[in-house]
Ligand binder design. Structure first.
Ligand SMILES: [Zn+2]
Length: 295
């Protein structure tokens, strides 16, 4: 794995084909894809890269991460939004006081925030498992920031047993497909459409093949937060006795977490590389014709 590149604001492509279904977009043409979802702060673009039908699927996936798992982190980190005027000033929170659940609207600065994320084993393929929609290990981890003084400000209560509640709602398949989409867009941007054969991957991203756990997994134990990048996507080769596959890690909100435990790093198997791509992936270096059209 090479050092991450700062790709913010760069434009890649144009691809000229839908990277998911291969169509030329027909009369509607092709749209740009965000390499990291816009609502997670991404400003790098893969131009002319998705048809209308596929874009509907992938923008749903991007939105899923932004609206669900990472919502509190987005708001607390003041990340860009397509509707900045609708940025909330207050957020709801459920606090149980002496056993009774009460709902409060808290100022953002006081709001206790939570991140619930799925944690899995490595992708099934790397464990020599058969293709499956079921993750071999499935757990949830939760990070939260709760300060008693802020909770007192929200509730106005000085005494009594107070518990802050947060519901865990994760659609693991949707979450994993959204991660796979991020890895795929990054690798296509850096190495070009056609530089590898995404066996199964595009169908998994589009939800046409359910076996997402075969290609997506995670690492979690003892990962320290990154001091630098907000999000880090890296790529390399996964080698088995008989084959070499394009492999990528997706580390969202890499700089968040506690001092001892950072966010999970998700792993994605992308497909079979063209022979000339392997040395670059092994070296972690960008290709000489690094397709940077940023202006
Ligand atoms: Zn398409």
């Amino acid at each position: 794995m090479g050092a991450p590149l700062n790709i913010q604001g760069r434009k890649y492509g144009p691809v000229g084909r839908c990277i998911y279904c291969g169509s030329d977009g027909g009369a509607d043409g092709l749209g740009d894809e965000h390499i990291i979802p816009f609502a997670l702060g991404g400003r790098a673009i893969l131009q002319d890269a998705s048809c209308r039908a596929c874009e509907a699927e992938t923008s749903y996936l991007d939105g899923y991460l932004a609206r669900n798992s990472y919502y509190d982190l987005r708001v607390h980190n003041n990340i860009q939004s397509r509707r900045p005027k609708e940025r909330p000033k207050k957020l709801p929170t459920i606090i149980s006081i002496e056993g009774e659940d009460r709902r409060f609207e808290a100022d953002i600065a006081d709001h206790p925030h939570f991140v619930h994320l799925p944690v899995w084993g490595p992708p099934g393929l790397m464990q020599r498992l058969s293709p499956s929609p079921h993750f071999s290990e499935s757990r949830h981890v939760s990070f939260h920031a709760i300060e008693p003084i802020k909770i007192q400000r929200i509730t106005g209560e000085k005494e009594g047993i107070v518990e802050v509640k947060s519901e865990v709602k994760i659609n693991e398949a949707t979450f994993a497909r959204a991660i796979a989409k991020i890895a795929y867009c990054n690798v296509v941007a850096h190495f070009g459409f056609g530089s590898f054969w995404p066996v199964l991957l595009t169908d998994v991203i589009l939800g046409k093949n359910p076996n997402v756990a075969f290609l997506v997994g995670s690492q979690f134990e003892k990962i320290r937060p990154s001091a630098s990048a907000q999000h880090r996507v890296e790529y390399g080769i996964y080698r088995d006795k008989n084959f070499a596959l394009v492999y990528s890690t997706v580390w969202l909100f890499a700089s968040s977490g506690t001092r001892d435990q950072g966010m999970p790093i998700y792993e994605v198997i992308l497909g079979i590389p063209r022979d000339d791509l392997i040395p670059y992936l092994e070296g972690g270096a960008p290709r000489p014709d690094y397709p940077d059209q940023s202006k």
